[in-house]
Design a protein around this ligand. Structure first.
Ligand SMILES: Cc1cc2nc3c(=O)[nH]c(=O)nc-3n(C[C@H](O)[C@H](O)[C@H](O)COP(=O)(O)O)c2cc1C
Length: 302
């Protein structure tokens, strides 16, 4: 049984990649992902200029629910760092998807062009960061803003444009705008805007006060988002949110995803978790009499 599948026209040896922001910032990060056996790599979100990120604490584990609250603040080395990263990671010979968090259509285009020039397989537009004002969720909540950015990026590059959306009220409408404007796939979902308070200090714990909740706690939200968008629009979807086991991955695929990303589970259990997930998916498909991953994409959707 092989787990080959394609998403947004990208051929994958199996459907599991890392989520942006988890081990996608440096050559060493990508080397770790390659050794662990991920099918493709997603970079940290890049901005034009280098960003330092927020004051500490930038993350708090919520271990009762295998979850994490973070407000890293899109720390990244900027455009120059991106070119260097892509050049050095060619040797891994696997698809590399560059995540972009611009603050204007022009910034998205500028980064996407550099990504293409330096051999990226695709770009993933982060239109859903829950904690950096002007670079995320506000854009991704507006069908017209999404249409504008996706349209201009899609017409500026030849590699596939993937659009990453978060938890917004008009998700199907926004997803539809992204697809009409040229997105080849959607990544669903980003972390969910949240807060935790230190009751002894009587103040929010994170340096930025508000952050994004990721991990097991958001898995059912991701499943619902993928299901609804798949049911209405049938696009290529990369499902992300609380994948800790092969069962979680299969759930997202049966909801309509063609591939999945893993973030917080890497932080809790290390990148080797990818092997267990891939092996578990293979066993499940064989035991249930399926011949390919393709057969179960959207299998639970009615
Ligand atoms: C520490 C951390 C940093 C993240 N940075 C980014 C980022 O730069 N760009 C992005 O699109 N998503 C980012 N995310 C969100 C993840 O890519 C993913 O959508 C989210 O964590 C849900 O998946 P998970 O539950 O498997 O972690 C980050 C998440 C975490 C935990």
């Amino acid at each position: 049984m092989n787990l080959n599948i394609d998403v947004a026209g990208i051929k994958l040896e199996h459907p599991v990649m890392n989520a942006s922001g988890i081990l996608g910032s440096t050559y060493n990060d990508i080397a770790v992902l390659a050794r662990a056996g991920f099918a493709a790599f997603v970079t940290k979100s890049f901005t034009r200029e280098k960003r330092e990120g927020y004051g500490t604490p930038i993350a708090v584990p919520i271990s009762e629910t295998l979850s994490l609250l973070n407000a890293v603040g899109l720390e990244n080395p900027g455009l120059e760092g991106l070119a260097e990263l892509l050049d050095s990671c060619k040797i891994f010979g696997k698809p590399i998807i560059v995540s972009i968090a611009g603050s204007s259509p022009e910034e998205f285009v500028e980064i996407a062009v550099v990504a293409e020039e330096h051999g990226a397989t695709a770009v993933e537009l982060n239109l859903s960061c829950p904690h950096v004002r002007g670079r995320g969720l506000e854009i991704g909540a507006s069908p017209s803003a999404v249409r504008e950015i996706v349209g201009i990026v899609s017409s500026s590059i030849n590699i596939p444009v993937i659009v990453k959306l978060g938890l917004v009220d008009r998700l199907v409408e926004v997803a539809s705008a992204a697809l009409e404007a040229g997105a080849r796939a959607l990544t669903l979902i980003n972390s969910v805007k949240a807060m935790k308070i230190d009751i002894y200090a009587a103040k929010p714990i994170l340096g930025n006060r508000v952050g994004g909740l990721s991990g097991k706690a958001i898995h059912p939200i991701a499943v619902r988002a993928v299901y609804e968008v798949y049911r209405e629009l049938k696009p290529d979807i990369i499902g992300v949110g609380g994948v800790f086991s092969w069962e979680d991955a299969i759930e997202l695929i049966m909801a309509g995803a063609r591939a999945v990303q893993i973030g917080t589970a890497i932080i809790y259990y290390g990148p080797e978790i990818v092997r267990e997930i891939v092996e578990g998916m293979k066993r499940f498909l064989e035991q249930q009499g399926f011949r390919s991953i393709e057969e179960i994409v959207g299998y639970a959707v009615s």
